[in-house]
Design a binder for this molecule. Structure first.
Ligand SMILES: *Cc1c(COP(=O)(O)O)cnc(C)c1O
Length: 352
């Protein structure tokens, strides 16, 4: 598959700077050849649902929405009542980047924030949050939300997830997984998707398509099918039922049918590994955390960061990491990484 090379200036700011990957684009073109039924009653949507079931090796209920904020907040709303609480990491996307949508769509369910290294929740933190208050005056914890891969480019191992899941079961909590970068976690851990989801008791997964190579779209995958009851109404009310659903689902088919979802994730992770290795050889740079997925976090001296930005490189200073985030999309090439590293070495030399 040809790799689209991105021009310097946007490629390390976000995985959303990448174009659509070839398979996704071609499926879209194919879906545009004829007329089809609307609102998801079409062969593309059926095929996309079945491919997701094949990849997870189970009979899940699958819904398609436009973006991750909708996927997360509608899924969470389906998992609890308004007087409940959702336990999540303090830097979880649902807390820091969804403008209160999880609270809004659940009619006020409170997010309770927990800490933990590498963007990961710990079983003890969950237990503490449940046990510190059990009275009627406090919102009742009902859901745990984990992000896989995490916002800090780590991935929960099977054992870590199993321990969280056991804790959830012990306290009557449901388990939600924000999988905006689920493919990157699968690639990093090299495990079958079922081993880090329903086999461990994940009730609902929000499966990312956009960052994985689609133009638009995320899937909400209910392994706990009871929770999917009336979910279609939730989607419709929230403006998330696509009338020409096939244009949302055909790219899923293009991505999933030939394994390019995993190829894309592997490529993104490999680009990050290359960048990390290069950064580690530059004394002025401190690589932060323990990267497993497709973002590299690093502390750069201010003059170096400024010099790189002046050369047209874009990257964010990331809350929660104390450094800069270099996000590698599936479309980042070795040449892109090497160009950034060359400029970084030059700028670091000049600043010395
Ligand atoms: C990108 C992302 C999402 C989805 O964000 P939208 O902009 O709403 O599509 C959700 N969770 C995480 C961890 C993300 O990085």
């Amino acid at each position: 598959m040809p790799i689209v090379s991105v021009k310097p200036g946007c490629q390390f700011a976000s995985d959303n700077t990448a174009p659509m990957s070839t398979g996704a684009w071609e499926a879209l073109v194919q879906a545009n050849r004829d007329c089809q039924s609307s609102y998801g009653d079409d062969p593309w949507t059926a095929r996309a649902c079945n491919l997701i079931r094949e990849i997870f090796e189970c009979q899940a209920e699958v819904f398609f929405v436009f973006n991750g904020t909708a996927a997360n907040s509608l899924a969470l709303a389906a998992m609890c009542q308004s007087y409940h609480a959702i336990l999540c990491h303090e830097i979880a996307h649902v807390e820091t980047d969804e403008c209160g949508a999880p609270e809004f769509f659940s009619n006020g369910t409170k997010l309770l924030l927990l800490s933990g290294d590498g963007g990961k929740l710990l079983p003890d933190g969950i237990t503490h949050a449940v046990e510190r208050r059990r009275d009627i005056h406090y919102p009742k914890p009902r859901v745990v939300s984990v992000t896989q891969a995490t916002e800090l480019s780590t991935a929960y191992s099977i054992d870590e997830l199993a321990a969280i899941s056991d804790t959830c079961r012990r306290h009557g909590l449901r388990l939600h997984m924000d999988g905006a970068r689920f493919a990157n976690a699968v690639a990093a851990l090299d495990v079958p998707p079922r081993k880090i989801t329903w086999e461990l008791g994940v009730d609902v997964l929000c499966l990312g398509g956009t960052k994985n190579g689609m133009g638009v779209g995320e899937a909400v995958v209910f392994f706990n099918k009871g929770l999917a009851e009336e979910f279609a109404y939730r989607c419709k009310q929230a403006g998330q039922l696509a009338s020409k659903m096939r244009y949302l689902t055909a790219p899923w088919v293009g991505l999933l049918d030939n394994g390019s979802w995993l190829d894309n994730a592997r490529r993104a992770n490999a680009a990050a590994a290359r960048l990390e290795q290069g950064f580690r050889a530059i004394p002025a740079i401190e690589v932060l955390g323990h990267r497993q997925a497709n973002a590299v976090f690093a502390r750069l001296p201010d003059p170096l960061a400024t010099a790189l930005r002046a050369k047209g490189w874009k990257f964010y200073d990331f809350i929660g990491s104390g450094g800069s985030r270099f996000m590698c999309s599936w479309a980042v090439t070795d040449a892109d990484v090497d160009a950034l590293l060359a400029d970084t070495r030059d700028a670091a030399g000049a600043a010395r």
